[in-house]
Ligand binder design. Structure first.
Ligand SMILES: Nc1ncnc2c1ncn2[C@@H]1O[C@H](COP(=O)(O)OP(=O)(O)OP(=O)(O)O)[C@@H](O)[C@H]1O
Length: 935
């Protein structure tokens, strides 16, 4: 190959008619199945008989002629359809039955290189195409074909610019096709063309190495590789003129490229080559060159391309710069990333693996992605904390500027900063000490002693490693406590965490844990999974790019519990344990990562759903809802200015008076936080913005009034959504105001307890979705009232049963909301007494407390929420258990001022507060004998 075949005279050759649709082209290999091929067997028998006398290295040559087609003349010219043999292609014809007129006029000399196959029925003759010939005459058809053939000299004019151009075009198209085939094999819904990466590489090399004098052979080779019709192949076989052959092959290639592009729907648009339609060939070419370079030298002999290609040039392809650049760049990035020693070891190992790998392997990308991830993780990069002399005052200012109130939380955060500052100062001192010591004794910080010059006069002072270690041990370990902010929605947990980050000068990242059901989301997937990624925490670190950010673990209470995807909350245990998180292992990275420098702040709405081990690792800081007064301050100082700027107004263009604000808070929002309030203020500002814009357009600015009046609220926000809960309540016997704190949302409110009686046989009916504990507390209350009915003057004789001829029904309205807990015990007891005695309880008096069978009033939880809710609802007096006196100290002043709070330790004492004017026979006994009553 490569040289023009020598011209020789006509010669006689045994001819093998090829199977329908098959054509042998010079430079390609063909397998001819020999099952049921009597003619091939006869040829072989004759050849072997002759071979015994012939020279040992003599080549066995046969003429391979394809079956002709009615669409192509014997010399390769296209026939007008319908002419010839009825316009039918011979594609269905059996080569064994072929006659002289069925075979094509041009064939290819095939060198028999052997017989392949294991079993009898699968044997095939392997022939390599050598050169074209024209069939001059068929001498015999049976038992095998034999004919006179003429070798025709291949016409190629190397200096012909047109040929050179066509050759370049062919080369380019070949490369494009290859790239497309490789690309399409990785695209979904691609046609079933696929090429092994090694075969693709070999093809690329083969194509790249062809010179202009081999233009014809490259055309033959590509014609063999591409998908084309039998007629197209026949015409290529018949084109002795190289220029003509190039044109025909180019046409076929273009058709195939268009086909692949169409079916893979590649829609990258760019200034493409004339042949490439809308495909960005530059990109493809670049990708492909990159691939060739990357793989140069690593291709082991493997799959042959379709049809095979003898004399394939192997070995290294020059270049490879791009690949080297890419790897160098990766290496540099890894060097710059300041990896931990462990990570560095792994990175080096993976880099070496990557260098040896074939880029077309799926594993190559996986390995590269991994290394890129390693380079992106901030192993040692840190931001400097703003811990100078003014830090604490600056931080305090920052927190105060951003948030109103929340004093306890601010105090805790400042404590944290103070400790951090002290620790850093202490560590800086240790660094100085170590440096001084090692300088003085010429000991490196690691403790390795340097050789001393003998002639040195000064006696060297040696510092032992133990001494250094002793100092080193004093170093403060940076184990940041993990803070958990718990509170109702919209109370500023998230924004507080942001302020801490700003105050510290650290980067901030928020990880939303709500709805995370899969452990792998936190810890990452193992690298063996397809599309594996690091988990949320490592991704967060990658994003901020430093090892010491403030990470907000938002909604940690909504983290999924153990399920078949693992246990996400268990994965958080390691993250949140200051003792363990310096060696946190993400499944993807699989190298310990130090999370101890990260300041974690978690937020939750309630503690109930947080698993105890997780809760145990965090320092809980409670945020309770805001009172109306606090909300008014927050609105004036923060929310209103924020909404005014958000809506594009100047600060003096909206003025909301405190009365209007109070109305928005009370009549349009009912929440512990301030989110809805912010939304409503936003609506007011928007409406004002429209008014202002209209006034400006109408040139009537002087008429614009920035003040929002109470009447405006009705128009802007609609009718009042919430009415004062107590407003309509009339005092009636058997109805008492209780207090509830909802477990979700940390909100408190009032709850009416209604008891009604009817003639009956002592039955007790309970409704209002009451939980078991609540039901039991009703029973306890009833038992106490029954036991003390005489002392309470409810019966005429001590032995009389108050329930003898009646049944009672206890109901708690808001029937759809499940209620539970013992804290309504006191309210139930008072409600029963009220019902039986016919004395009403004022609705503005609310009470909470658990009662025991002996009538003691026991402390309950959620006092702050309950009292804030009570104040909001219009309650004026509250009875609380004596045991809750300590909780009252923490209440906002507004609540303390707005409510009259009385503490009681026994039901008798409570009754005295409820009906101060009444007196009971049993009251004295309680008063005289302490807390015990008769039972
Ligand atoms: N004390 C406060 N001072 C000023 N603004 C506040 C205060 N509390 C809350 N806000 C504002 O209320 C809005 C909601 O707060 P944030 O998003 O922090 O609530 P959250 O407690 O994180 O709620 P969730 O539990 O729903 O995530 C923010 O715009 C915040 O600035």
């Amino acid at each position: 190959m490569g040289k023009a075949p020598s011209h020789s005279d006509a010669r006689v050759l045994p001819l093998i008619p090829l199977a329908a649709g098959s054509v042998l082209l010079p430079g390609t290999t063909l397998r001819i199945p020999i099952a049921n091929r009597g003619d091939v067997a006869a040829i072989l028998a004759k050849i072997y008989a002759r071979a015994e006398t012939a020279a040992k290295d003599a080549q066995i040559l046969v003429g391979c002629v394809p079956l002709g087609s009615s669409l192509v003349s014997k010399d390769g010219n296209l026939l007008i359809e319908g002419k010839g043999k009825g316009g039918q292609s011979n594609i269905e014809q059996d080569p064994v039955l072929a006659t002289a007129k069925d075979v094509f006029g041009v064939g290819c000399v095939g060198k028999v290189s052997g017989v392949q196959g294991r079993r009898q029925g699968e044997l095939s003759l392997v022939v390599e195409g050598v050169e074209r010939f024209r069939v001059k005459e068929v001498l015999q058809e049976r038992p095998f074909f034999e004919g006179v053939v003429v070798d025709v000299e291949e016409r190629v004019n190397i200096s012909n610019a047109e040929v050179a151009e066509l050759f370049q075009h062919l080369k380019q198209l070949s490369r494009e096709l290859l790239a497309l085939v490789r690309l399409s094999s990785i695209l979904p819904r691609a046609p079933s063309v696929s090429l092994s990466p090694i075969a693709a590489r070999r093809l690329e090399l083969y194509i790249a190495r062809k010179n202009i004098d081999e233009a014809g052979s490259l055309a033959d080779f590509m014609a063999n590789v591409v998908d084309c019709t039998h007629e197209e192949r026949l015409r290529i076989l018949a084109s002795f003129d190289v220029k003509e052959r190039l044109e025909r092959v180019i046409e076929v290639l273009q058709k195939q490229i268009r086909g692949i592009q169409g079916s893979t729907r590649i829609t990258v648009t760019s200034t493409a080559t004339p042949s490439a339609g809308t495909f960005d060939m530059d990109t493809l070419r670049r990708l492909q060159q990159e691939a060739i370079r990357r793989r140069s030298g690593h291709g082991a002999p493997g799959n042959m391309p379709p049809g095979g290609f003898p004399g394939f040039p192997g070995g290294r392809q020059g270049g490879g710069e791009e690949e080297a650049n890419e790897l160098d760049e990766l290496k540099k990035r890894l060097d710059d990333a300041g990896l931990s020693p462990e990570a560095d070891k792994v990175a080096q190992r993976e880099l070496q693996r990557l260098q040896k790998m074939n880029p077309a392997q799926a594993e190559y990308q996986v390995c590269r992605n991994y290394l890129e991830n390693l380079a992106e993780i901030p192993w040692t990069k840190m931001t400097e904390d703003n811990l100078d002399a003014a830090t604490l005052s600056k931080a305090k200012k920052q927190l105060d500027d951003d948030h109103y109130g929340l004093d306890k939380i601010k105090k805790r955060l400042l404590e944290y900063l103070a400790v951090l500052k002290l620790k850093q100062a202490a560590n800086a001192d240790i660094d100085v000490q170590i440096k001084q010591l090692s300088d003085a004794a010429n000991v490196t910080p690691e403790g390795k002693e340097e050789e001393k010059e003998v002639e040195e006069k000064k006696e060297p002072r040696y510092v032992s490693e133990a001494e250094l270690k002793l100092i080193e041990r004093k170093r403060m370990v940076d184990k940041s406590p993990i803070l958990l902010l718990v509170g109702p929605p919209g109370t500023g947990k998230t924004s507080l965490a942001k302020s801490v980050a700003t105050a510290l000068g650290r980067k901030f990242h928020r990880v939303s844990l709500g709805g995370v059901r899969d452990e792998a989301e936190i810890r990452g997937h193992r690298r063996t999974y397809v599309a594996a990624m690091p988990g949320l925490l490592v991704s967060g670190l990658k994003k901020v790019g430093v090892a010491n950010p403030v990470i907000l673990l938002d909604e940690i209470d909504k983290l999924g519990q153990s399920n078949f995807h693992g246990d996400p909350s268990a994965a958080m245990l390691e993250v949140l344990d200051p003792e363990q998180n310096h060696t946190f292992t993400d499944h993807y990275v699989n190298i310990p990562i130090d999370l101890s420098k990260v300041l974690f702040i978690a937020t939750a709405n309630s503690l109930d759903t947080i698993p105890p081990p997780l809760l145990d690792r965090m320092e809980t800081i409670q945020l309770s809802g805001y009172t109306t007064l606090e909300k008014r301050h927050i609105a004036t100082r923060h929310l209103l200015p924020k909404q005014i700027t958000t809506n594009g107004l100047a600060s003096d263009l909206v003025q909301i008076t405190p009365e209007v604000l109070d109305k928005i808070i009370a009549a349009y929002t009912r929440e512990s936080g301030v989110r809805n309030l912010e939304r409503e203020i936003g609506s007011v500002c928007r409406s004002k913005a429209v008014e202002y814009a209209n006034a400006k357009d109408a040139n009537s600015l002087p008429t614009y009034n920035p003040t929002v009046s109470l009447d405006d609220l009705d128009t802007i926000l609609g009718i009042e959504r919430f009415a004062e809960e107590l407003a309509e309540q009339h005092a009636r016997p058997g109805v008492v105001t209780g207090l509830v704190a909802y477990s979700t949302g940390g909100q408190g409110s009032i709850l009416f307890i209604e008891v009604a009686d009817m003639p009956g046989t002592g039955r007790v009916q309970l409704t209002g979705k009451l939980g078991d504990v609540l039901k039991e507390s009703v029973e306890v209350a009833l038992t106490w009232v029954k036991a003390h009915a005489f002392e309470l003057a409810l019966t005429h004789a001590p032995e009389e049963d108050i329930m003898k001829n009646r049944s009672i029904h206890v109901h708690c309205p808001s029937g759809a909301i499940p209620k539970d807990g013992p804290s309504a015990g006191l309210a139930h007891t008072v409600a029963l007494i009220s019902l039986f005695s016919g004395k009403a309880v004022p609705p503005s008096l609310a009470m909470t407390g658990e009662v025991s069978l002996r009538g003691r009033v026991l402390p309950v939880g959620g006092i702050k929420e309950k009292l804030i809710g009570a104040l909001r609802a219009g309650v004026e007096r509250v009875l609380l258990p004596e045991g809750n006196r300590k909780d009252v100290r923490d209440l906002p002043t507004e609540v303390l001022e707005g409510l009259r709070i009385d503490h009681v330790s026994h039901i008798w004492e409570a009754l005295k507060f409820v009906w101060p004017e009444s007196s009971w026979p049993g009251e004295r006994r309680w008063g005289a004998g302490g807390f015990e009553s008769r039972l």
